[in-house]
Design a protein around this ligand. Structure first.
Ligand code: ATP
Ligand code: MG
Length: 423
């Protein structure tokens, strides 16, 4: 038997219904925020991710799915959504001809070659947004408000919003230098990856999963102490606007995030739910005022986040949140014999096109097992079509809950069901 590839999973049944519900909620929310739907390719030139995500990130050095296509091109399955959206923004010249700011949202699979464990897959889904063209702190706050409001709509309570700032380029550089000075005498105490990070991107040391409990990491210089006035003001504004949005947050001075491109605001929303496990970051993001330029676009500010869908679904389970998913159907249609099959098919299609959830007997069952099937499908009504019904155009409709039986003219079936189902 062929089994699924390591780190992947199948969606079906109850989970599928819940997932679709959450996806629709996301779609509706993005409509309300007036974000534009983007869909970029699942594979891109490898270069895009090397330059866009960063040569020194774990994602690029250890986690990408790279291959050569038959035309000898270097291709990578996208490990995240931002680089592709930025590429699209630049390639489609949205800085020139689009309404500013461009507020984009996306949803889809991402691929990372990681060690599979709870909350960590090799193929996983992300919902995310990117907003280009405004450096106003309002949009940082608004981007943070999107996951928070999604969790609120879902009724998810155990969440904690952590925010921090890296400041603008000047502040970030000052901070970087301070970190280098600070870590230089301690290099030997760091893990192998961090020794490498020390040379390439010392900020990333603070994001290390292995070393995060070391005192030298906990006592490292804080970004907040290296901000210039502009950067301080930006961060104060973000906090002010978050409060105006009634969003609770905690300033976490050690939060830097794993990607190369962040400036100013960085944030993560974590699940603070008993027993949730260590993969508890539900989403993360921040401002990336250098990224569009790094990918050969004009200098353009940007801010966004990405949310892991699997961890969100797990969080909903942990909090035992009941989603209003549909577990029943409106009608089950039973043709008594082959002679009534086409007549029954016609009715079935007509009802479906008029908005009812309808199923039909596909196995030529006898009446008794058809009623069993009707119960399994949780149908509200059963429509029985025999010779008499076909001749007279008067259908026999049985309420599968009260067991009451009705005779309904074929032209009145839709009105009848509408009325009964709205009771
Ligand atoms: P982590 O620190 O957990 O590895 P990350 O910093 O690599 O996360 P991002 O690249 O910021 O994560 O992705 C945003 C979100 O996507 C994460 O907060 C998480 O919810 C989800 N995510 C990331 N990697 C995976 C994965 N391998 N499987 C499932 N979800 C993931
Ligand atoms: Mg990761």
């Amino acid at each position: 038997m062929i089994q699924k590839a390591k780190g992947t999973y199948d969606v079906y049944g109850e989970y599928g219904k819940k997932l679709l519900y959450v996806e629709e909620l996301i779609e509706g929310l993005m409509e309300k925020y007036n974000y534009e739907y983007f869909r970029t390719p699942i594979f891109e030139s490898s270069n895009l991710f090397h330059r866009g995500v960063g040569e020194t990130t774990d994602i690029v050095t250890k986690e990408t799915y790279d291959f050569k296509d038959r035309g000898d091109r270097d291709i990578t399955l996208r490990p995240e959504g931002t680089a592709g959206i930025v590429r699209s923004y630049i390639e489609n010249k949205m800085y020139g001809n689009h309404i500013t700011p461009v507020k984009a949202w996306y949803y889809g699979p991402m691929f990372r070659y990681e060690r599979p464990q709870s909350g960590r897959f090799r193929e996983f889904y992300q919902f995310g947004v990117e907003a280009f063209g405004s450096s106003d702190a309002l949009i940082d706050a608004e981007v943070i408000s999107i996951p928070v409001n999604l969790y609120k709509l879902l009724g998810l309570k155990g969440i904690k919003v952590n925010i921090n700032t890296l400041g603008d380029n000047e502040s970030r550089n000052n901070y970087r230098n301070a970190l280098i000075e600070y870590f230089r005498p301690h290099i030997d105490e760091l893990c192998e990856d961090c020794k490498e990070r020390f040379n390439k991107n010392p900020l990333r040391i603070l994001d290390c999963k292995l070393d995060s409990n070391l005192d030298i990491i906990k006592n490292a210089p804080k970004t907040i102490d290296y901000l210039n006035d502009l950067s301080k003001k930006h961060f104060e504004d973000v906090k002010k606007y978050l409060s105006a949005m009634h969003i609770e947050y905690v300033v976490n001075p050690n939060l830097v995030r794993g990607l190369d491109y962040y400036t100013h605001t960085v944030f993560e929303v974590e699940a603070s739910i008993e027993g949730f496990g260590s993969q508890n970051v539900l989403c993360g993001g921040g401002r990336y005022d250098n990224l569009v330029e790094m990918l050969d676009g004009p200098k353009t500010s940007g801010v966004g986040f990405a949310m892991g869908m699997e961890r969100l679904m797990t969080a909903l389970d942990y909090e035992k949140i009941e989603l209003p998913i549909i577990n029943d159907i409106d009608c089950y249609v039973i043709p008594m014999s082959d002679n009534e099959k086409e007549f029954a098919i016609d009715i079935c299609m007509d009802l479906r096109l008029n908005g009812f959830i309808v199923d039909i007997d596909y196995l030529s069952r006898n009446l008794k097992s058809n009623f069993k099937q009707a119960d399994r499908l949780n149908t509200k009504f059963v429509i029985i079509i025999g010779e008499e019904e076909k001749e007279s155009n008067i259908l026999t409709i049985k309420d599968n809950v009260t067991k009451e039986e009705y005779k309904v003219k074929i032209d009145n079936v839709i009105d009848f069901l509408d009325e009964k189902l709205s009771e």
